[in-house]
Ligand binder design. Structure first.
Ligand SMILES: [Zn+2]
Length: 477
């Protein structure tokens, strides 16, 4: 789920914990779903998660051998269910080229000087790769720049001498102000930002020509580095807030006599051959309007660290394709009743910026299947763990209501959330009614997102909702 980017930006901007879903209670349904006896098999879906998120798949990074193995597995299931291949040249694979890059060594953060200390990647700190943040080695003293804001009437850099140094961004940030870019413009050679360090954030393969290493660090690490100043992260944040209220308050920036070294090593951005897996359940009367419902989710993950640790990506997002496969199996059993076809897709390239769903929308030419033929798109992401409330995105209110009413009729609580975090976005942009569906709590982008966190009962519940919604849409006039 690329939403993780949005979450870290929100953390950096607001200095608070990840965005909770917008709370709104379940709407009771007056009409229980007409879908009665579709049989979704949650245990079978769990077996798919176990296979797809096995460490042997290497975390399914787009363009990798592990991703190709996973794509072959999904294609084999589609074939065994009896779906028609809707990819290139009569295959299930829709190839496309996308940019990507790999980490070539574990990132490094160490304190130098009389009390040297090495910090631990994915525990004490993690790298950020996006825009100005990329490869680089930097060494220098710390310059504290609060939220890193530099807008009219607000200069968090005041009081700090940033040139040639490592900027430490404590937050709170300010909307529309990029702390890393501001630090770079002020002459910083590296940036440390206080935030969530357990995750490997999605790499967005659109980098500036010149990049500087940027690490997200825990508040504890930041306090450690700040120690010679006698101040803490909380002190700095309070000073920033005071100055935002009163421009006459003391400058919140300052220099610290701590020298650090940081390193982020990445390959250059290069093109990789990626592929979506696409299968069609054709309605018997399909030669009529040739319309279709699309059910899918991304198959890719963030791969393997250079130290060999695999991001299995079970919840994010083996769970989505696993439910997609079993929804296909359940719906294939009632194919004779369908008025519209159903397309099932496992996307690549989601983590780096929705490349697979964009490629689908741009390349799929046949009907049913192409964007103009789609009645609705249902995107399944982080749907195997951990909450008990389904979250349903709000870009397409009618479809959202249909999904939530169906959930209610099956006894499953649901919540509305803002959209924009996953593959549904590529369809919303093209005016196809589309929703993202997941569970309200999630594990993602950490070594802990392993198959055992995904439970068959959650796949079962979500799968029943998805199957019922797709059935209702595909059997309606
Ligand atoms: Zn995801």
């Amino acid at each position: 789920m690329i939403r993780i980017i949005a979450v870290v930006l929100a953390v950096l901007l607001a200095g608070c914990s990840p965005i909770p879903p917008t709370a709104s209670s379940s709407v009771p349904s007056a009409s229980p779903s007409s879908a009665t006896a579709v049989t979704f098999d949650g245990a079978r879906a769990k077996a798919h998660v176990d296979w797809l998120a096995d460490p042997a798949r290497g975390g399914r990074y787009s363009g990798s051998a592990g991703f190709r193995d996973a794509a072959n597995y999904v294609a084999d299931r589609f074939r065994e269910i009896g779906l028609e291949p809707l990819g290139d040249n009569g295959s299930f694979f829709q190839h496309f080229t996308m940019p990507n890059l790999e980490l070539t060594a574990m990132p490094v953060l160490e304190r130098l000087g009389t009390a040297p200390k090495e910090y631990r990647a994915r525990v004490d700190f993690t790298e950020s790769v996006n825009g100005r943040s990329g490869s680089g080695v930097a060494e220098g003293a710390i310059a504290v720049v609060g939220g890193g804001a530099r807008a009219s009437g607000q200069d968090d850099f005041a009081g700090a001498d940033v040139g040639g140094k490592i900027a430490l961004v404590t937050g709170p940030g300010q909307q529309g102000s990029s702390s890393v870019e501001n630090a770079y413009q002020a002459g910083a050679v590296g940036v440390l930002v206080v935030g969530n360090t357990e995750v490997r954030y999605s790499y967005i393969p659109r980098l500036q020509q010149t990049t500087i290493p940027t690490l997200v660090v825990t508040e504890n690490v930041a306090n450690d580095l700040l120690a010679p100043s006698g101040k803490t992260v909380a002190d700095v944040q309070a000073a920033v807030r005071a100055r935002r209220v009163d421009a006459g308050a003391p400058a919140s920036g300052f220099d610290v006599a701590t020298t650090v070294r940081l390193s982020v090593a990445l390959t250059p951005v290069h093109d990789v051959d990626a592929m979506n897996v696409v299968g069609l359940l054709r309605a018997p009367a399909d030669d009529g309007a040739k319309r279709a419902v699309l059910v899918g989710g991304h198959l890719d993950g963030v791969g393997t660290d250079p130290n060999g640790s695999v991001f299995d990506a079970a919840n994010d997002n083996a769970s989505g394709p696993a439910i997609t496969i079993e929804a296909a199996r359940a719906l294939a059993a009632i194919r004779s009743s369908l008025a519209h076809s159903i397309v099932f897709v496992a996307f690549a390239g989601e983590e780096e910026g929705l490349f697979g769903s964009e490629a689908y929308a741009a390349q799929m030419a046949s009907a049913p299947g192409r964007v103009e033929s789609l009645i609705a798109m249902i995107d399944l992401d982080v749907i195997g763990c951990c909450g008990d409330t389904l979250i349903v995105s709000n870009e397409s209110p009618d479809l959202q209501k249909r999904v939530r009413d169906t959930a209610t009729s099956l006894g499953i609580p649901s919540q509305s959330v803002g959209g924009g975090g996953s593959d549904e976005t590529s369809f919303v942009r093209r005016r196809v009614p589309a929703v993202f569906i997941g569970w309200s709590d999630y594990i993602l982008h950490t070594y802990r997102d392993v198959p055992s966190v995904v439970e068959a009962r959650r796949l079962q519940k979500a799968g029943e909702v998805v199957t019922a919604v797709a059935r209702a849409l595909a059997t309606a006039d």
